[in-house]
Structure formats: structure tokens, C-alpha cells
Design a protein around this ligand. Structure first.
Ligand code: ADP
Ligand code: CDP
Ligand code: MG
Length: 276
């Protein structure tokens, strides 16, 4: 169901109303998710998904920051690299091909990765997703939009100097087949050639939040926190405003003209959302 809701909203995204509706959806889906999580209620699939893509070079700290975002804002963390490594471990039909691709620092065919992400999204009770290490190419991006039918609400880019990324990857110590100097050099070339255009694409769309990924993990998270906090504040303010207006209209029209009152309220709500 959320797929239908999302594709409907993306098909009208060029209009003023669609932009406003998309903001409404983003805020609404972010806040209700937080409220429901606090109550321990499972979010129904009908909710519009709130999607964050987490991009950056190898070793820029994507996975590390995702853990902090999950702890603070209650997202489901889907790491494309982890899903691919799980395929290798499960010895699935694509396992050998994925292993060779990762060893070479190349990009696995988009259809394979998107299907794995899609499966995880469908299995999840959450509707707020952090998709880590994806999309890494234009082909990844287009494939996600075609198969999943949604665009991201937020795109984070962890911007880190190459020297620092190399140092971190070589110290990662997770036994990964690609954490060696030879593969990392290839991965950095792939990042420059194929991933930077995706980052530029989202920058032009006004969805990109660039984080300076140097400093301690906590210092970096202090740049990330306000991004999601702002979405929360917007939605909470809008909710309070709506309740206040509702009371005002109900009193003013003494419930006789409830339909008109609610119509006016909705119009005003949309106007306020656009201003915010
Ligand atoms: N701010 C930081 N300073 C130093 N080391 C870090 C920092 N953030 C992450 N690391 C370490 O760098 C390595 C790569 O981080 P990771 O989150 O796996 O990056 P990515 O997912 O972008 O490849 C890990 O060993 C991690 O513990
Ligand atoms: N969208 C993606 C993500 C990862 N991958 C593969 O998986 C490898 C490891 O990805 P990762 O996200 O775990 O790597 P880090 O940036 O976390 O070091 C990449 O170098 C690619 O070979 C891919 O092909 N397509
Ligand atoms: Mg990672």
C-alpha cells in the first residue's frame, strides 16, 4: 500500500500541491513513527515511507553514524553492503558473483541490490528507512525509483578526505575481503566516477545534506542530529497548530457548518506547511 501512496505522490511532484503534500507526508510519517515507537505500536504498511539515503566514500563513517541515527530517531537501518555480504554467506545463486564484485571494488548489478532492499523494506514493521551505501551509481538510483517507486526524503553525504578514509578502512578490522589497499584504491576511483554524479543529482534536487565527516563520531553526529530534529519540530508544530485551529473553527461555527470549517482548516494547514 505504501508503494501505491508513494508512486501517486511522485507522479504529481512537479506541481505546487504535490510539493506541499510531499512535505506534509514527510513530516506526518516522521512524527507518527516516533510517537508509535514510543508506545510500542507496530506501524502499519499503509504509511508513506520516510526514506533517507546515506552516501559517502568507503570508510567515511556511514555505518557508524547510521547506528546513532537509529538509536536517536528510530529508523530501520538497511545497509546495502551488509545485505550483499549476507547473500554471499547464505551461498545463494548470486553469492559467487557478488563476492567477486566486492573483491574487485565494483558495483553489483542494481536489480540484485534493489531486490534485497525491497525485501527488507517489506519485512520491516518500520516505515522510516536509512538506506546505507545506496544508490552508488545512477543505475542504482534509477533502478530503485523504478522498482520501489519512491524517491528519498533526505540524502546524507558524509564528506571525508581520501587519506582519512583509507586510514579508517585499513583499521576497520572486520575481516572484510575489500578492506585492503588494492581494493580501496579501486573503490575510491569508482566512488569518484560513479557515486559523485548521484550526489550531485540530489544536490541539484535540493535534497542533499553534506556532513563534514572528520572529527570524533560524536562531533559528526552533532551535524546529523539537527537535520532529523528539524523534521520532527516541523511536524509537531504543524500538529499543534492544526489542533488550535480546529478548536477555533468549531467554536466559531458552533458545529453547524462543520464541513466548511474543516475545509478551511485543511486549506490553512496546507498553506502553513508550505511556509514552513
Ligand atoms: N569519526 C570517526 N573517527 C575515526 N574513526 C571512525 C569514525 N567514524 C567511524 N570510524 C571508524 O572507521 C571505520 C569505517 O567506518 P564505517 O562506519 O564502517 O564507514 P563506512 O560505512 O562509510 O565504510 C570503522 O572502523 C569505524 O569504527
Ligand atoms: N549499492 C551498493 C552497495 C555496495 N556494493 C558493494 O559492496 C561493497 C561494500 O559496500 P559497503 O557499503 O558495505 O562499503 P562501505 O562504504 O561501508 O565500506 C562495495 O564496494 C560494492 O562492491 C554494491 O555493489 N552496491
Ligand atoms: Mg558501511
Amino acid at each position: 500500500m505504501w508503494r501505491r501512496v508513494a508512486s501517486l505522490s511522485s507522479s504529481i511532484s512537479s506541481s505546487f500541491l504535490a510539493q506541499t503534500a510531499s512535505r506534509l507526508n514527510s513530516w506526518e510519517s516522521l512524527t507518527t513513527g516516533i510517537a508509535q515507537q514510543a508506545k510500542g505500536v507496530i506501524a502499519p504498511k499503509e504509511k508513506t515511507p520516510f526514506i533517507t539515503f546515506v552516501l559517502g566514500g568507503p570508510g567515511s563513517g556511514k555505518g557508524t553514524q547510521c547506528i546513532k541515527i537509529v538509536e536517536t530517531f528510530g529508523f530501520a537501518h538497511l545497509s546495502a553492503g551488509d545485505l550483499l555480504r549476507r547473500e554471499i554467506a547464505s551461498k545463494s545463486a548470486d553469492g559467487a558473483m557478488i563476492l567477486n564484485t566486492i573483491k574487485e571494488g565494483k558495483i553489483v548489478p542494481s536489480q540484485v541490490t534493489v531486490k534485497l532492499i525491497q525485501k527488507e523494506m517489506e519485512l520491516s514493521d518500520n516505515h522510516k528507512f536509512l538506506i546505507d551505501g545506496f544508490p552508488r551509481t545512477e543505475e542504482n538510483r534509477v533502478s530503485f525509483e523504478r522498482i520501489i517507486g519512491v524517491e528519498p526524503n533526505v540524502v546524507l553525504f558524509f564528506d571525508c578526505p581520501e587519506e582519512e578514509m583509507v586510514k579508517r578502512v585499513l583499521n576497520r578490522n572486520e575481516g572484510r575481503v575489500d578492506d585492503n589497499l588494492e581494493t580501496i584504491k579501486k573503490r575510491l576511483t569508482v566512488f569518484q566516477a560513479l557515486s559523485l554524479p548521484v550526489i550531485n543529482y540530489y544536490s541539484e534536487k535540493g535534497k542533499l545534506y553534506t556532513i563534514k565527516a572528520i572529527g570524533t563520531e560524536d562531533e559528526i553526529f552533532e551535524q546529523v542530529r539537527p537535520i532529523f530534529a528539524a523534521f520532527e519540530v516541523c511536524s509537531v508544530s504543524a500538529m499543534i497548530l492544526s489542533i488550535q485551529l480546529c478548536c477555533f473553527f468549531l467554536l466559531h461555527f458552533e458545529s453547524e457548518n462543520l464541513t466548511t470549517a474543516l475545509f478551511l482548516l485543511n486549506l490553512f494547514g496546507i498553506f502553513v506547511m508550505f511556509l514552513i
